[in-house]
Design a protein around this ligand. Structure first.
Ligand code: ARG
Length: 462
């Protein structure tokens, strides 16, 4: 059944009809479309446009469609232009002309955007709770390794010793920001467009505030023309997913290197790796590589939405039908990636010995040595230059930086020379970075607890 055609004399071109249909993908909005339609029916009843009996019949009919769609997959194979016409057609089969009354004054333009807002709200809530699970897994690993020293890197070169907990917390805080972004976008998303009509508003005496409350919206759109055009909420959601994927890609990249034989700081849970068809020794980090690769998809989804929206004039245009698949793909990819990453992180096994051994490379203490010299009164730039010359001397003579310092420092800085054993101990080097946000085990534990605290206050809904 087409919802239009009164002014037509011919059937649509077959190829165009297929091209025009969105039911193949927007059937995912069925539950939201039905919830919004049921709320609209209640609003029509409150406005005096439907009797209680009519409203009751429509409500039961809508519920029946949803129940049947859940039980009977073939029900969704029935021909329909889009999810909105699917529901109206099925309702007409059940209730005849009364079905049309559920659409009194309502446009698909407002239906499409209302259903999509409801869907993105649900996706936001599930991403919030999935991401909370990953933060918890990182916090657990971070607390277990709060005092496990490892090298920290800049420019992919060993820089200064840090703790595994510091590394885990770095990733947890990125994800905390992703959650904050989702929560913030959720406020702008959670605005009711229904009651906008096609673009001009409604002539019915609808109580839009009550309709908003009924559907759990926190506010009502203030301009009907904007409400049917606006897809900011979709772009913001997909951006939040893209930024999250970027964080996951970075974590994946780190874990791929740190779990490789050349580093060996940690090992991946076997269940998240795959073997090679040729090389029997392999356990490849496919899960992490795919997470990294899928970041490209979500970036693509974001670009698709931004470019889509820059081309359309104000008011509903059919271009807007192209918004949905980008949103679905971004949400599906983000939830799946976070779920897999949570499994990987939970199953990581730390190799404390390998990490400690790598963290004890003496050159990583060069900055600490320069700071120690400066604290004994040497101007910092001079201390930096002196330690630099010790590094050059060590490299030239093939000894460690600690040995070179032991040989050359006593003459110039006897007090520092006396503390070399402590200064070159990575555990003491990390313990010294005790200010808030630093890598000292106590600071790391406080940071991880703070991250957990933020989750407790805003958990999300699974
Ligand atoms: N399937 C359409 C979409 O997804 C619904 C709105 C159609 N409205 C219209 N006037 N053609 O955007």
């Amino acid at each position: 059944m087409k919802l239009w055609g009164g002014n037509y004399s011919a059937e649509p071109d077959r190829a165009f009809w297929e091209f025009n249909r969105s039911f193949g993908f927007d059937r995912r909005l069925l539950a939201e479309e039905i919830a919004a339609s049921a709320a609209y029916v209640r609003a029509l009843h409150r406005a005096g446009a439907l009797t209680a009996e009519e409203a009751g019949k429509l409500d039961r009919g809508l519920t029946e469609i949803l129940v049947r769609a859940e039980r009977e997959p073939s029900y969704l194979e029935l021909d329909a232009e889009d999810v909105h016409s699917f529901v109206e057609t099925r309702l007409t089969e059940l209730l005849g002309d009364l079905a049309g009354q559920a659409h009194l004054g309502r446009s698909r333009n407002e239906q499409a955007v209302t259903a999509l807002r409801l869907w993105v709200r649900r996706a936001t809530d599930s991403l919030l709770s999935t991401t909370a699970g990953l933060v918890r897994a990182l916090v657990a690993q971070g607390l277990a390794g709060a005092d496990a020293v490892m090298p920290g890197f800049t420019h992919t070169r060993a820089a200064e010793p840090i703790t595994l907990g510091h590394f885990a917390a770095a990733h947890a805080w990125g994800l905390i920001r992703d959650r904050e972004r989702l929560l913030d976008a959720r406020r702008r998303l959670n605005v009711l467009p229904l009651g906008s009509g096609a673009l001009a508003g409604t002539a019915l005496a609808l109580d839009r505030e009550a309709l908003a409350r009924d559907l759990g919206f926190e506010a009502v759109s203030e301009n009907a023309l904007d409400a049917v055009t606006d897809r900011d909420f979709a772009a913001e959601f997909v951006f939040a997913c893209a930024q999250l994927q970027t964080h996951l890609a970075r974590l994946a990249e780190d874990l791929i290197w740190f779990s490789g034989p050349e580093f060996g700081y940690l090992s991946l849970p076997e269940a998240f790796t795959t073997g090679s068809s040729l090389m029997p020794q392999k356990q490849n980090p496919d899960a992490l590589e795919l997470i990294r690769g899928k970041a490209a998809r979500v970036d693509g989804d974001l670009l698709r939405l931004l470019v889509l929206m820059k081309g359309v004039p104000t008011g509903y245009q059919k271009d807007l039908q192209e918004d949905k698949e980008a949103v679905f793909d971004a949400a599906d990819t983000a939830v799946a990636s976070v779920t897999i990453m949570t499994g990987v992180v939970s199953g990581l096994a730390l190799n404390r010995e390998r990490m400690a051994q790598a963290a004890s490379a003496p050159e990583m203490m060069a900055a600490g040595l320069a700071v120690a010299l400066a604290r004994q009164g040497m101007p910092f730039r001079k201390a930096h230059g002196l330690v630099g010359s010790l590094v050059a001397e060590a490299r030239r003579t093939g000894v460690s930086l600690q040995q070179a310092a032991a040989r050359l420092l006593p003459a110039q800085a006897p007090a520092v020379a006396a503390q070399l054993t402590a200064l070159f101990d990575p555990a003491q080097a990390v313990a010294a970075k005790a200010a808030r946000g630093g890598t000292a085990p106590e600071a790391v534990r406080a940071s991880l607890e703070a991250a957990l605290g933020l989750l407790e206050s805003r958990p999300g809904i699974p």
